[in-house]
Design a binder for this molecule. Structure first.
Ligand SMILES: [Zn+2]
Length: 389
C-alpha cells in the first residue's frame, strides 16, 4: 500500500540533503545529514537530521516536506559553504563544527526534548543516556535538589515532598554572601553524581561527562534560598592524574547569563592556587565553555593590569601568570585577543609587555581566599615543581 514514505527520494540514513532550519520566526535551507528515520502511527515519515554547518544542539526531527535533494535550495559545494561559514559569520557553530566532523558516529538521537525542574521548563540541547526510559517520553521531571529524574508528574511531586536535603551531599567549603560551594565526592555519592551527570549531559556536548563518577570530585555552586541551598552550576575535577583545573563545567540552563560561569571558573582557579599549581580547563572546550573561559581570562588579566590600587605599566607574561594562576599559553592568547600587548623590542621569550591605560570593568565576584575552608584532596598531591617550572 503506498504511503507518504514511498513518495520522493528515499533519503537513506547517512546521506546528505537540504533541510529546513527554523531560527525564531525565520526558516531557511541548510545542508543536513540524515541520522535516523521513523514512521509515526499516522504514517507520517520523519527524519532525524543534523545540520552540517551548525551545532549539534539544533539536531531535530524533520518531516519529508522539510527535506529536498542536496543543493536544491543551498548554493555551491559544501566545501565552499564550509569555509565561508568558518570565516566567522557563525563563530559559535564553527567551533563545534570541527568536532562534529570527526564524530560521525557520535550522534545519538535526542529523545528528551524538555525538562521540568521546579518552576523551570527548559528545552534540552543534546542526547543523554538516561537508562530504561519508556518509548515516547520526551519530557523528564528533574528534582532540583538531588537531580533524580521521573518520567511523569505524579511520582515527581511525591518525590519533591520527600526530598528534604537542604544542600548537596558534601561539606560546604566556601560561603560569601548568598553563594556557597559544596564539595561532593563521586566515590561516596554515586547516585547523586550519576543523576547530576545524566542531567548535565542534556546540555553538554562533551565526550568526557563523568559517568564513572569514582574518579571525580564535584564542586556545586549554590544560591542560598529560603528552602535551602539550590544548585545553580557545578564543575568537576579529576581526583588525580590531571593538571587540569576542571573537567566539566556547567551553569544550569535556567541560571545562565547571570555571571555564574565566571564565579565557577574563578573558584576552580582558587582551588588550583591553594594546590600551588598552574593548569587550565580540559580540552577541547565546548563552544560555550570556550566563550566563558575567554571572558574570564580577559577579566582576570585586565583586573591585574589595571588594578586601581597598583596599576601595572610593565610586566612579563610570567608576572601575569603568577598573579592570576592562568597558564602562560592562555595569557599569551588572551593578550593577543585583547590586542593590548606590546612586546619590548628584542625582548626575550619572557616577553616584557607595556600596557596602555584603559577603562576596565571588574569582576562582580572574586573568590576571597580567607573564606575558603578547603585543603587539597590528598590524592591530588601532584608534583608542583614540574608544572611550575
Ligand atoms: Zn530529590
Amino acid at each position: 500500500m503506498p504511503g507518504p514514505g514511498d513518495i520522493g527520494p528515499p533519503y537513506p540514513v547517512g546521506s546528505h540533503a537540504d533541510g529546513v532550519l527554523t531560527e525564531g520566526s525565520k526558516r531557511h535551507w541548510q545542508e543536513v545529514r540524515i541520522l535516523n528515520k521513523r514512521i509515526l502511527a499516522d504514517g507520517t515519515e520523519e527524519f532525524y537530521v543534523t545540520y552540517v554547518l551548525f551545532n549539534k544542539r539544533l539536531d531535530t526531527w524533520l518531516r519529508r516536506e522539510s527535506l529536498a535533494p542536496l543543493h536544491t535550495h543551498t548554493e555551491g559545494s559544501s566545501e565552499a559553504m564550509r569555509s565561508k561559514r568558518a570565516e566567522g559569520a557563525h563563530a559559535k557553530s564553527s567551533v563545534k563544527y570541527k568536532k562534529s566532523q570527526d564524530d560521525h558516529h557520535g550522534h545519538d538521537v535526542k529523545e528528551i526534548h524538555w525538562i521540568i525542574m521546579g518552576d523551570y521548563h527548559v528545552k534540552t540541547w543534546y542526547a543523554s543516556p538516561f537508562p530504561d526510559l519508556p518509548q515516547g517520553v520526551h519530557t523528564l521531571y528533574i528534582c532540583p535538589i538531588c537531580f533524580k529524574y521521573h518520567v511523569s508528574e505524579a511520582p515527581y511531586k511525591r518525590h519533591m515532598l520527600k526530598c528534604t536535603p537542604r544542600h548537596p551531599p558534601g561539606p560546604e567549603i566556601y560561603r560569601c554572601g548568598n553563594l556557597s560551594f559544596f564539595e561532593v565526592d563521586g566515590r561516596r555519592q554515586k547516585e547523586f553524581c550519576r543523576h547530576l551527570c545524566l542531567f548535565c549531559k542534556l546540555f553538554l556536548d562533551h565526550k568526557q561527562v563523568e559517568f564513572d563518577t569514582d574518579l571525580f570530585l564535584f564542586y556545586m555552586l549554590c544560591e542560598h534560598t529560603p528552602m535551602g541551598f539550590r544548585t545553580v552550576g557545578y564543575f568537576s575535577k579529576e581526583l588525580a592524574g590531571s593538571t587540569n583545573i576542571l573537567a566539566c563545567i556547567l551553569t544550569l540552563p535556567q541560571h545562565q547569563k547571570k555571571g555564574f560561569g565566571k564565579v565557577l571558573i574563578d573558584f576552580a582557579y582558587a582551588l588550583a592556587r591553594k594546590e600551588g599549581r598552574f593548569g587550565g580547563p580540559e580540552e577541547p572546550l565546548s563552544d560555550l565553555g570556550k566563550i566563558s573561559f575567554q571572558s574570564y581570562w580577559k577579566s582576570a588579566i585586565l583586573g591585574y593590569l589595571y588594578d586601581p590600587a597598583s596599576p601595572v605599566t610593565q610586566c612579563t607574561i610570567k608576572d601575569i601568570s603568577n598573579a592570576t594562576m592562568i597558564q602562560e599559553k592562555d595569557v599569551v592568547n588572551t593578550l593577543s585577543l585583547l590586542n593590548i600587548c606590546k612586546r619590548r623590542a628584542g625582548g626575550d621569550e619572557g616577553g616584557v609587555i607595556t600596557c596602555p591605560p584603559r577603562k576596565v570593568r571588574y569582576l562582580q565576584h572574586k573568590t576571597e581566599m580567607a573564606r575558603l575552608h578547603w585543603a587539597p584532596f590528598p590524592l591530588m598531591m601532584l608534583s608542583t615543581e614540574a608544572e611550575v617550572g
